[in-house]
Design a protein around this ligand. Structure first.
Ligand code: CP
Length: 307
């Protein structure tokens, strides 16, 4: 029997139609004042969220917690798996089955691609993918789209995606979503970190993504958004390979001198050194606003799953 929800779990951005995405963005707008603590809304009172994070997180874990608490709900956490029964050899399937008895929704971050899908198949409560290895990060994508809608626009955008396009789950989810909004995407990365060929083939063929590999200097004066990502040391199978590309690009205020006044710089954060702190003070920086928008977006997701 259908629950009447738009989605039962949120595992991949592929789970959402364009209409679903626009619905979530609209709901987030309604929640923004609650997210800022300017209005009270306790619609999730009595509901419990379980955060299961097998990888480090600041923004995703804390903004889910803030979203749940602002809406009157409660949160239980399993952060250090050394301190949980996972350290005794408990499987992910068993952990998910057990935690489903303690909570109404599970938010899972895991280093393995496919872990969230596997968890959803073994869960009696909704599961939200908070990042599965180099796979997907759909709630980040929704907050990224929300940031673009608020700070630039969504339809017909020209965006440069810069950095680690190979391992970045954030970029993988975002490209699929942006293709729904008639976006021109410029890809800028060190050769070792190019978007994988099979992914390009999939999104060009099945999603209709329009992408082109360029250098930043070729497009800096025409783009609406510069989306920068970190080179993720933790994704490299070999530290020597990481050292070959570490620090290979740094966005500075000078590099943005030819940019349109309205061009915005985004980053899912955390950053290491790929955006100089001097950019923070420019009219282009939006990455801290972007981090805030995670709260209303996650409120919208939780109210859809639990409402
Ligand atoms: N953007 C993001 O996923 O940040 P965290 O790793 O801090 O959750």
């Amino acid at each position: 029997m259908s629950s009447g929800r738009r989605f039962e779990h949120l595992i991949s951005i592929d789970d959402l139609s364009k209409e679903d995405i626009l619905y979530i963005l609209e709901k987030a707008k309604e929640f923004e004042r609650v997210a800022r603590g300017e209005r009270t809304d306790k619609r999730l009172e009595g509901r419990i969220l379980a955060n299961l994070f097998f990888e480090p997180s600041t923004r995703t874990r804390m903004s889910f917690e803030a979203a749940m608490k602002r809406l009157g709900g409660d949160v239980i956490n399993m952060t250090a798996h050394e301190a949980s029964s996972v350290a005794k050899g408990e499987t992910l399937a068993d952990t998910i089955r057990v935690v489903g008895n303690y909570a109404d929704v599970i938010v899972l971050r895991h280093p393995l691609i496919g872990a969230a899908k596997f968890a959803a198949e073994n869960s009696i409560v909704p599961v939200v993918n908070a990042g599965d290895g180099a796979g997907q990060h759909p709630t980040q994508t929704l907050l990224d789209l929300y940031t673009m809608e608020k700070e630039a626009r969504l339809e017909g955008l020209k965006i440069a995606l810069m950095g680690d396009l190979k391992y970045s789950r954030t970029v993988h989810s975002l490209i699929k979503a942006l293709a729904l909004f008639n976006t021109k995407m410029y890809l800028i990365s060190p050769p070792m970190l190019r978007l994988p060929e099979e992914f390009i083939e999939e999104v060009e063929t099945h999603v209709g993504a329009r992408m082109e590999e360029v250098g930043l200097e070729d497009v800096v004066d025409e783009i609406d958004v510069l989306y920068v990502t970190r080179i993720q040391k933790e994704r490299f199978p070999d530290e020597e390979e990481y050292r070959k590309v570490a620090g290979s690009y740094i966005i500075t205020a000078e590099l943005l001198e030819r940019a349109k006044d309205s061009m915005i710089v985004m980053h899912p954060l955390p950053r290491v050194n790929e955006i100089a702190t001097t950019v923070d003070k420019t009219k282009h920086a939006r990455y801290f606003e972007q981090a805030f928008y995670g709260v209303p977006i996650r409120m919208a997701i939780l109210s859809e799953l639990l409402g």
